[in-house]
Design a protein around this ligand. Structure first.
Ligand code: 4AD
Ligand code: MG
Length: 471
């Protein structure tokens, strides 16, 4: 505790520190935004201040004797920014242990009464229209802090496991997933395209050939895995897919580990350790925010996540899954038959009704998977693995990669891929090829799963979806 002579020089602390760590009698300063204010008959104002550092607000008591009480404090409106200096007191009110007795309240920026986030609750849909203000709500503050903690965990986990963080390109010429869902990057004049032999002349474009925003950093990550042993990417990826669902974004963040001398079972274990680590960190370090999701967003989420941490993930082949779905007697909108991709409803049945927890599905039909996956000896499946979880479905997609040069070339021919375009990828199999594997974890899908938020658009600060790129 500093002595009272220092009270004018009070130190600026976060609301989180003020609530949890400041000593009674300590002089502190906080800076934030007014969440609510009410006047007491006794001649003072209660101001709830939040600065984004935690879910809870700090209650400030401003006495009518303060010089700007009647000119400013008594009319402070919701959303205004203020700087408060004062002394920490034990709180007599419920729901908080400390409050701040203000020695001064400085108004920094007034928010007029048309500030949209008044006390009334708004739907998440409505709040999407206010992506510039929604982080000032409890829900989006909590999502932001959980997302932040998860990002940090991603790096902690892979660094501790000896993976190198590699930045793969955002602009690329190769379509990793082969699904043709790429956004084109061009500087060609769209209203006057240069042509050659009746076709667009791509040589005149910025890169001298067609270029796109990447759908995955995997192919480049494979370059680094086959030299550095273990690497991971964590960056934005883009898909021009016309999916208006609660789990698709056109721009999303993906974490892609890739490791050499790694086979499918190693890859599955890595994914499981990684996911469990993310849960451990969030449940341990974001308890106030997680309690909010439990109470306001998805009751039961805490127990469900704790259960995931305490059990090994279930494993099942694609073929077994098809048999279970076929025998389930459920009425699905999309029919289940061997060779067809599983739909969200099938994934949900498996994780929510059959297993009631995470599930690793592996050995998918090769006809529905990209060229780079390793062919199994049965001739019809590849060493693919997806991790499915309740409520969200697929959060991880990965595989062992085809490291055998002749098999890869054969696969590329089958899929009409131009070897010339992938010359460098092919050379990795020519010079010291090794079995290697990796996966991609959709970051927003994990945020969605962990928070229980219904829509993935509320799990990223600025969602991009078909027809929508505001902010
Ligand atoms: O299954 P996907 O397409 O796999 C790949 O891109 C591989 N190249 C990854 C690898 O092996 N390195 O995507 C990986 C994950 C999915 O499991 C899903 O969680 C997420 O990315 N994802 C999306 N998330 C939000 N919006 C979308 N449109 C997504 N598409 C995929
Ligand atoms: Mg996938």
């Amino acid at each position: 505790m500093e002595d009272s002579a220092c009270s004018n020089a009070s130190k600026w602390v976060s609301v989180s520190f003020a609530r949890d760590s400041a000593s009674i009698g300590e002089s502190i300063q906080i800076r934030g935004w007014v969440r609510t204010r009410r006047d007491s008959k006794g001649g003072f104002s209660f101001i709830e201040v939040n600065d984004g550092s935690c879910l809870g607000n700090l209650q400030v008591i401003a006495d009518a004797s303060l010089p700007n009480y009647s000119s400013e404090i008594s009319s402070l409106s919701v959303g205004s920014s203020i700087v408060v200096s004062g002394v920490v007191k034990a709180s007599e009110g419920q729901g908080q242990s400390r409050e701040l007795a203000a020695a001064s309240v400085e108004l920094v920026g007034l928010a007029p009464n048309d500030f949209p986030l008044q006390k009334k609750r708004h739907s998440f849909e409505k709040l999407r229209e206010w992506a510039h203000l929604r982080p000032r709500t409890n829900a989006f503050g909590a999502v932001t802090r959980v997302r932040n903690r998860l990002s940090f965990s991603v790096h902690q986990f892979f660094q501790e496991e000896g993976f190198n963080y590699v930045n793969t390109p955002i602009i690329t010429a190769s379509d990793c997933e082969g699904a043709g869902q790429m956004f084109r990057v061009t500087t060609l004049p769209l209203d006057n395209l240069p042509t050659k032999n009746g076709k667009v002349d791509h040589e005149k474009d910025f890169f001298g050939k067609p270029a796109f925003l990447t759908v995955s950093g995997q192919l480049e990550a494979e370059i680094y895995a086959t030299s550095m042993g273990k690497c991971y990417t964590f960056g934005p990826t883009f898909r021009a897919e016309n999916s208006n669902t609660s789990r698709h974004l056109s721009e999303f963040w993906m974490i892609e580990p890739e490791a050499a001398f790694f086979e499918l079972p190693d890859n599955m274990l890595l994914a499981e350790r990684f996911i469990k680590r993310l849960l451990t960190d969030v449940l341990g370090d974001c308890s106030e925010d997680m309690q909010f999701f439990e109470e306001r967003v998805q009751p039961g989420i805490l127990d469900a996540l704790r259960m995931v941490m305490n059990k090994p993930f279930e494993h099942m082949t694609y073929t077994e899954a098809v048999d279970i779905l076929t025998a389930s007697g459920e009425k699905f909108e999309f029919p289940v038959n061997w060779g067809a991709d599983l739909q969200a409803e099938h994934e949900r049945y498996l994780t929510e009704k059959h297993i009631c927890g995470p599930l690793i599905l592996y050995n998918y039909p090769k006809s529905i998977k990209p060229f780079y996956m390793r062919c199994n000896d049965d001739g019809r499946t590849v060493a693919a693995m997806d991790v499915l979880v309740p409520h969200v479905g697929e959060i991880v997609g990965g595989s062992q990669r085809e490291e055998r040069l002749p098999v890869l070339l054969e696969r590329m021919r089958e899929m009409n891929l131009d070897e010339k375009e992938y010359w460098w990828y092919i050379e990795l199999r020519k010079y010291g090829s090794v079995p290697h594997s990796g996966f991609g974890l959709g970051f927003e899908r994990v945020v969605q799963w962990v928070t229980g938020m219904t829509n993935i658009r509320d799990c990223i600060p600025f969602p991009r979806t078909p027809g929508s790129a505001e902010f």
